[in-house]
Design a protein around this ligand. Structure first.
Ligand code: AAL
Length: 416
């Protein structure tokens, strides 16, 4: 009798225990499917398959870590704030070496704000600046070659400062696009148009066009005041020039990116009717990728710290979420100007740090970044997605005095 009962009970007990973990056709498998499985999925799992190039970041050609190396060969006057180098152009390879152009300021004092600025004292880090360039054979040690584009004499456009340049190679000639200030930045916003110079060789001499290449938009439109960070690429037989504007007024400017295209480097450029084409980003870096354009959407906006991709160069979608992105990056893009339909991506470039010291010695430095956003490189070290940063990185984002006072008040309230 006893024996009979057990033999009946055992299968029932095992059945009860197994029910909660019963594997059905609907249960998510142990091996992550490469393709979206045909079964009900949570919103997060749907996104994982629909919104990213691959379900695992390490397989995603537009996912990467960024690694940084100081540059050798550039002097910063003991970092006293009188010398700055910032906003690098793309890096190009010509005459057996790499070239980069950048904003160079050498002034008797660090920037002092618009009110205290004069003919020799800069208002901002990019005020009273010129466009200089450096060359390198390995991308780590750079030799400064001096000025490429000086400030033109008054009353020419850009006589106060020329800054934030980027390079285009088109039909064997070189074109430099840059911001031209005719008054100190900060006097009235950071307003300036985009100017251009051209040369037969990357070593110059550069001829200034002395006309506005990308004009501001009409009154009350998003780009009515500033056209910043011009960024030309060759795509679909045209020059695709991306740019940033600051808008929505003070105190909190919003920054977005527009696109203007032309088949003549000196214009006229036609602004895309869908502008802004990137709702986030600041000093945005772009490069041909497969048949479209990829963008490092670095800071500002809902989608800061993402890499985005537009298969038509216009309608960008998030392709990955990344960290420690290079600021104002100028990558080496071998196919930037080849009109490619099969962009191969990037692995390194030059970017800047603007907070090397405190405000009283305010200046910026150029650095090298490396990454794996290339279809031709597979660097697993760059594809990690559980990276730890040193505690000092976190502690450097400390609470302000105002925040500490607020917390103290909240604690006091609890005591009442
Ligand atoms: C940068 C860039 C432009 C601005 C200034 C210098 O962040 O967006 O170049 O004018 O700051």
């Amino acid at each position: 009798m006893k024996r009979l009962k057990l033999s009946y009970l055992l299968p029932i007990l095992v059945g009860i225990l197994l029910v909660p973990c019963k594997i059905t056709a609907q249960t998510f498998p142990f091996i992550l499917p490469k393709e979206k499985p045909n079964q009900p999925l949570s919103a997060s799992m749907q996104r994982n398959y629909d919104n990213y190039l691959t379900p695992r970041p390490e397989d995603n050609e537009l996912y990467t870590q960024f690694k940084y190396t100081p540059l050798k060969g550039l002097d910063y006057s003991n970092h006293d704030g009188t010398v700055t180098r910032r906003d690098p152009s793309k890096v190009i390879f010509e005459n057996g070496k790499y070239y980069v152009w950048y904003t160079h300021r050498q002034t008797p004092t660090p920037p002092k704000g618009a009110k205290m600025s004069n003919d020799t004292i800069p208002s901002a880090d990019w005020d009273l600046a010129e466009i200089w360039y450096a060359t390198s054979v390995d991308g780590f040690t750079w030799e400064e070659q001096g000025v490429a584009i000086p400030r033109p004499p008054k009353p020419h456009l850009g006589h106060r400062s020329v800054a934030t340049a980027d390079i285009l190679k088109w039909k064997g000639k070189f074109y430099m696009y840059y911001q031209g200030f005719s008054e100190a930045s900060g006097t009235r916003g950071d307003d300036c148009p985009v100017l251009a110079s051209y040369a037969d060789s990357p070593d110059g001499p550069w001829t200034a066009v002395n006309k506005i290449i990308i004009p501001n938009g009409p009154k009350n439109t998003w780009d009515q005041f500033s056209i910043h960070d011009p960024y030309p690429l060759v795509y679909k037989d045209k020059i695709y020039l991306y740019y940033k504007s600051d808008f929505d007024g003070n105190p909190e400017l919003i920054r977005m990116q527009g696109l203007a295209t032309s088949d003549n480097p000196l214009g006229p450029f036609t602004k895309n009717p869908l502008n802004p084409v990137l709702a986030s980003g600041h000093e945005t870096t772009l490069f041909p990728f497969k048949d479209g354009i990829a963008a490092l959407t670095i800071k500002d906006g809902n989608e800061h710290k993402t890499i985005q991709f537009a298969k038509d160069g216009v309608n960008f979608e998030i392709a990955s979420i990344v960290e420690l992105m290079p600021t104002a990056a100028g990558p080496y893009i071998p196919d930037a100007f080849t009109n490619t339909k099969d962009g191969r991506g990037i692995t390194w470039g030059i970017s800047h740090f603007i907070n090397y010291t405190t405000w009283s010695k305010n200046h910026s430095i150029l650095v090298r970044f490396d990454c794996d956003l290339s279809l031709d490189v597979n660097d697993p070290e760059m594809k990690k997605h559980h990276v730890y940063h040193r505690p000092e990185v976190y502690f450097s984002q400390g609470l302000s005095k105002k925040q500490k006072a607020r917390i103290e008040k909240e604690n006091e309230k609890l005591k009442d």
